[in-house]
Design a protein around this ligand. Sequence first.
Ligand code: SF4
Length: 435
Amino acid sequence: MPELVDCLREWKKDKASRKELFKQVAGIPGVYVPSLYQVEYQDGLVKSIAPTAAEAKPVIQRRIIAKLPPPVTRPVVPYIEIIHDRGAVEIQRGCARGCRFCQAGIIYRPLRLRPQEEVIETVGELIANCGYNEVSLVSLSTSDYPKIEELVKGLVQNYPNLNLSLPSLRIDSFSVRLMDALPGRKSGLTFAPEAGSQRLRQFINKSTSEDEIVETTAAALARGWKSLKLYFMLGLPTETTEDVEDIVRLVDKIRAVGKGGVPRVRVSLSTFIPKPHTPFQWVAQESEAELNAKHELLKRGLRRKGGQVSWQEPKVSQLEAVLSRGDRRLGKVIYGAWKLGSTFDAWDECFDYEKWLRAFNESGLEADFYARRERSLDEHLPWAHIDVGVSADFLKQEYQRAMEGKETPDCRTQACNACGLERLIADCRQKLGAS
Ligand code: SF4
């Protein structure tokens, strides 16, 4: 950012053209200026992406900061009640778990921590500056922060009237103990098993065992929690009807472990969206008909067992899958849909799929080409010139390991998985003098 701002400042002084500015910023490592690249297509597929100016690099490398930047302690405080109306401190960035569907788990690597003392100080400043009485410790996988129990204890001691929220907890008894140590009312607990069967959890490399899931929820219920929210994903690659039925079976098993009465279990279903820079970036999304059938199966099964279900419309998921792995030709579709009146599409009452279909037709493109087409491993992907640090070879290897039913361990506790970031991590460690 400072380099970009310096560049802007100079450009304003020089009164040069916008084109000149684009060239100058393209020379800053990590900055991508799409208009300075030429894409060639062959048979509808991307054939090549090449820079058209000397300043633009053939490959744009993500910049990685070794030490997390100072936390935000004076954010704008809204004067209306908003969702997530609380302060937030990023306690760590990155995640080493390697769930194969997860884009954040790849593009925010490597894992970097904010020191405990800095978190405690930041919380104090947020309370003083903004008047918050609730602070969230933000991270992709909060229970993985080393000595998180000690951190929570320190915060409770320093700020006894503060409510703490800990999002993204792992499914284990440690998370329940951790939540139990928090002051305040026991609201709901949220876990994300993602898949109903052990086979599929292993496939996506998030293989919490069924026993662990059931024991963890039993421990939570025994400690006084009465309601649970569980996140599952539908339409994962290789998912069968049995895998879907296993979600109903698992929820039923969980509801049965509540000793002092049946707990309230809410199930939130999302649809698998293949994402760039993940080991599943080559796979096809399921059709709307297949997804609808699975939704029906689940809704019927869960409601029969007394569970509450919420889900995302398969049409919305399909559009998400199109945009997730689109190329620059989709610009015409987005512009077309907007001209037809599509705005605020994330609101159900504003979402009009027909407008999008018309925009696709008018642009001569097909949604299925983007969402439902399996890519070959050697296809030139539209984001191949963006290097996030994790190598394409590692992603391919992970895809193949998934197909072979093999898990890949967390590299914090096991050997390095050689994801491509080894050199960068070594540099970060050297800069920080850390192990
Ligand atoms: S635990 Fe898995 S899903 Fe969560 S951030 Fe890490 S890699 Fe992604």
